[in-house]
Design a binder for this molecule. Structure first.
Ligand SMILES: C[S@@+](CC[C@H](N)C(=O)[O-])C[C@H]1O[C@@H](n2cnc3c(N)ncnc32)[C@H](O)[C@@H]1O
Length: 213
């Protein structure tokens, strides 16, 4: 089966046993923390699909560029909704995902993807009122983040999009924060880009180009 030109079978997880060795890595050093880039964006309301909780207009394109990736790289949205670029997984069939599954247990092999973008429901009450999903699967932040890191290639990029500021992610370095405003009386969004430990020279090269531009 293919989705957006990607052979889904080649990504599939063969056994339930994952490689969690990235957990043992050391936290970001003080000198690395000094290199974190902070920026603020103001973007218009969510795009025309009007999917509840959908990303603001232009958000995906901009964040993918900041990740050092292009829409043609292997990018996954485990909480897919109506995301535009990359693979969309979602627990609800109505969203017509590329794979219907639970973001806490991704059916993807270790170190398969260039980027993962996490835009979960922000809590179980919202999950229930907006998507009717809390009964299916109560959210466990630490578990779906851990899964996201597991499926990333070394040097791969993880984005966490939330309405509260989110903590450090084991096995990664925080490289960028974006504070995002959309419209009046809406909470600012905190968007963090974390890089999984290990080297990915293509992505590093692109990020250096982006920094020079
Ligand atoms: C905030 S929305 C994502 C919106 C998306 N970023 C967009 O631009 O359209 C969250 C999505 O997560 C899905 N969801 C909720 N719980 C889930 C779970 N345990 N696993 C996978 N998807 C889940 C919901 O069905 C919903 O589509």
């Amino acid at each position: 089966m293919t989705a957006r030109g990607i052979d889904l079978k080649s990504l599939t997880r063969k056994s339930k046993k994952g490689d969690w060795s990235f957990f043992k890595d050391k936290p970001t050093s003080r000198s690395d923390r000094r290199r974190i880039i902070n920026e603020a964006w103001v973007l218009p309301r969510p795009r025309k699909t009007k999917y509840k909780g959908g990303f603001p207009l232009h958000f995906e394109k901009k964040i993918i560029r900041r990740m050092g990736l292009t829409p043609n790289d292997l990018i996954l949205h485990p909480f897919g909704g109506a995301a535009e670029y990359g693979l969309r997984f979602d627990i609800r069939r109505e969203t017509r995902p590329d794979i219907q599954c639970d973001a806490h247990f991704l059916p993807v092999r270790d170190r398969a993807l260039d980027g993962v973008i996490l835009d979960p429901p922000y809590d179980d009450a919202l999950a229930e009122t907006l998507y009717d999903t809390a009964k299916l699967r109560p959210l466990k932040y630490s578990q779906f983040v851990r899964e996201a890191v597991r499926v990333l290639k070394p040097g791969g990029m993880l984005v966490v999009y939330h309405y509260v500021t989110t903590p450090r992610v084991d096995g990664t370095d925080l490289i960028r924060r974006v504070f995002l405003e959309t419209r009046a009386w809406h909470r600012l969004r905190s968007v963090k880009i974390h890089r999984k430990h290990g080297v990915n020279s293509t992505v590093q090269g692109r990020l250096m180009e982006e920094a020079k531009a």
